[in-house]
Design a protein around this ligand. Structure first.
Ligand code: URA
Ligand code: SF4
Length: 215
């Protein structure tokens, strides 16, 4: 099975999963979006109201801010994979409970294995605690650490920065470090540069100005 097929299979399983209580209030599951060869994978907490309606991660207010943060890191949504530690919305956006995290982790682990990213960026305390325990996000945010076969960078959750404006410059500065951290991670892992996702050539209309051919 290719990595794309594996990710599609996981998404299919998640959409009908009843392994934890979160399926009871699910409208749409949110397995995660992105290419199977993403070099960077972002892991948030869980779907909120809008994500539950639409089935895609970070489409609400924190998603808008995440787009701004991705721009700081010189990456687009199309080239990164964005997932969450739980794939169904916790009622009222409460924190996912330990047993829900433990149950849903098999899907996240399978996604990480299929994608094999060089860098995982955790967004917020809860996804950080999948990789690091007993640390404070205020002490380690933005610092890249080797975990197994890849690097993990804990970052503040975009929603936290939206609510506490004092965090905003910090999270922006952390994201701005990502391009250099990616270079460092690639070199240390001996991984080649993955070609950036390009806009499909077919999207250029036939009657596009001739000058386009110069590029
Ligand atoms: N917050 C998250 O942690 N994940 C989402 O998908 C949306 C908001
Ligand atoms: Fe299954 Fe995860 Fe949804 Fe729980 S949150 S029902 S484990 S997919």
């Amino acid at each position: 099975m290719t990595a794309e097929e594996t990710l599609a299979k996981i998404a299919g399983e998640v959409s009908v999963c009843t392994k934890c209580v979160l399926h009871e209030s699910r409208k749409k599951s949110v397995p995660g979006d992105g290419p199977a060869n993403a070099e960077i994978m972002f892991i948030g907490e869980g779907p909120g109201f809008h994500e539950n309606e639409q089935g895609h991660p970070f489409v609400g207010a924190s998603g808008k801010f995440l787009d701004q943060l991705l721009a700081q890191a010189d990456v687009t949504r199309e080239e990164v994979f964005i997932a969450n530690v739980v794939k169904c919305r916790p009622p009222g956006n409460r924190d996912p409970l330990p047993d829900e995290l433990a149950t849903c982790d098999m899907y996240l682990e399978a996604q990480i294995k299929a994608i094999n990213p060089s860098i995982i960026v955790t967004l917020g305390r809860i996804s950080m605690s999948k990789f690091f325990s007993g640390v404070k996000i205020s002490a380690v945010h933005g610092q890249m650490q080797k975990v197994g076969e890849r690097y993990v960078i804990p970052m503040f959750h975009p929603a936290a920065a939206l609510h506490q404006s004092a965090l905003k410059p910090t999270i922006l500065a952390d994201f701005a470090k990502l391009p250099d951290q990616l270079k460092e991670a690639r070199a240390a892992l001996g991984k080649p540069v993955v070609e950036k996702v390009k806009k499909k050539v077919e999207e250029i209309p036939d009657d596009a100005p001739k000058q386009l051919n110069l590029f």
